[in-house]
Structures are given as C-alpha cells and as structure tokens.
Design a protein around this ligand. Structure first.
Ligand code: E4P
Length: 217
C-alpha cells in the first residue's frame, strides 16, 4: 500500500519524506488555505521534496476552466497530479488529461457508482472520502470494499483506489486489508501508525537490562 500525506505543510512533508516511507502528497483548497501560502509556489516546493504524485486541485467547475487550470498546474512540475471533482465536467476533464498523459485524481467520491464512472474516464486515482461518510453515520470502509470488488471485475481498469478523508490508523489498516492501493492521511495519523505501548515498554526494559550488563557495542 502506498502512503500519501494529506497536507500543504512543506515541513511536515519533508519530515515524512526523510523516513523513506512517503509515496506522494495530496492537497485541496482547504489545505492550501490552512498553509497560508501561494498555491502554485507551495505545489512547486512540494514537488521538489517528493518525486511521487502531488495532487493539486482545480477550482473551476466547468470543463474548459478545469482544462485551462489543470494545464497550468501540470506545467509546474512533472509529478503534479490534477485533482478534479466528481462531476460530469470533472470526468470530461479527467478524460482529457489522461489523453495528454497527465495524472488525474478524481476527488469527492462518495459512491461506488461514482467510482465506476471515474475508472471509465481513465482516472489515475479515485478518492473515496471514508471519514466524511463515517461522519454522517454511514460506512466509509464499506464503500472501499464495494469499489475494490467492482474494480477487480474489470482487469483493464488501471485506476488506483486512494482512500481519503482518513481519520485514524484503523482506517488505513482496514483499507489495506481490502487491498486499496493508496491511503492519504494527515501527518499525525501516518506518524501514529508506528505507536504501540508494548513496543515502548519492551524497549525500555531492554535498555535497562543492557545498561545493567555494563557492556558496550
Ligand atoms: C483527499 O485528497 C482530501 O484532501 C482529504 O483526504 C479530505 O479529508 P477531510 O475529510 O479530513 O477534509
């Protein structure tokens, strides 16, 4: 499973990239607002930190506007992935970008039917938002299961399932059990994957016992 970090904070991205465990980055207009930075500048900088796909979202809602903004963004770096919303215009734009060999992430997916359309439009990634579905009392992970089942029926589909709106480590574990290709999560969630109290306790005991031997390596 690939790990993307869902942030526009370059320091967070640098720190995670240094672990060698980071495969890409996703951003959205809300994360750009949170960064307080110029959109294109921050995307360029992120692309210099990671060679993996970096999603940059268009804000036009019509096909022509999406194509114009997407081409502009794609010109920033070769690993920019154009993020388009799951609308008819977004799917048309997805088709267009794929024909130009530009990576596309179709975002704001909340149903299996939408994911099927994105695969037909040639999306590189489909982003189902599991956390936002859980928030309204439905099962985000059931959607991942449904999409994986559908995509497996059609070996010609090349769309990767990018599990988004991840809120906690179990979202990632459950998505991995279903075979989802990618999870994008806030840095805090990715970092918490390593934590286990028995690891801390065990390490503490080993270090104490080692110190008691009086030896050094
Ligand atoms: C994915 O690309 C989105 O940016 C993101 O995962 C949305 O997550 P949220 O529901 O926590 O805002």
């Amino acid at each position: 499973m690939k790990f993307f970090v869902d942030t526009a904070d370059v320091n967070e991205i640098r720190e995670l990239a240094a672990t060698g465990l980071l495969d890409g980055v996703t951003t959205n207009p809300s994360l750009i607002k949170k960064s307080g930075r110029d959109f294109k500048e921050v995307i360029k900088e992120i692309c210099s930190v990671t060679s993996g796909p970096v999603s940059a979202e268009v804000v036009a809602t019509d096909y022509a506007g999406m194509v114009k903004q997407g081409e502009d963004l794609a010109g920033l770096a070769k690993n920019v992935t154009i993020k388009v919303p799951l609308t008819i215009d977004g799917l048309k734009a997805c088709n267009y970008f794929r024909a130009q060999n530009i990576l596309v992430n179709v975002t704001l997916c909340f149903s299996a039917a939408q994911a099927l359309l994105a695969a037909k439009a040639g999306a590189s990634f489909i982003s189902p938002f599991v956390g936002r579905l859980d928030d309204i009392g439905t099962s985000g992970m059931q959607l991942i299961a449904d999409i994986m089942t559908i995509y497996r029926q059609y070996p010609t589909f090349t769309t990767e399932v990018l599990v988004a709106s991840v809120r906690h480590p179990m979202h990632i574990v459950e998505a991995a059990k279903l075979g989802a290709h990618v999870a994008t999560a806030p840095a805090s969630v990715l970092k918490s994957l390593v934590n286990h109290p028995l690891t801390d306790k065990g390490l503490d005991q080993f270090l104490k016992d080692w110190a008691a031997t009086g030896q050094s390596i």
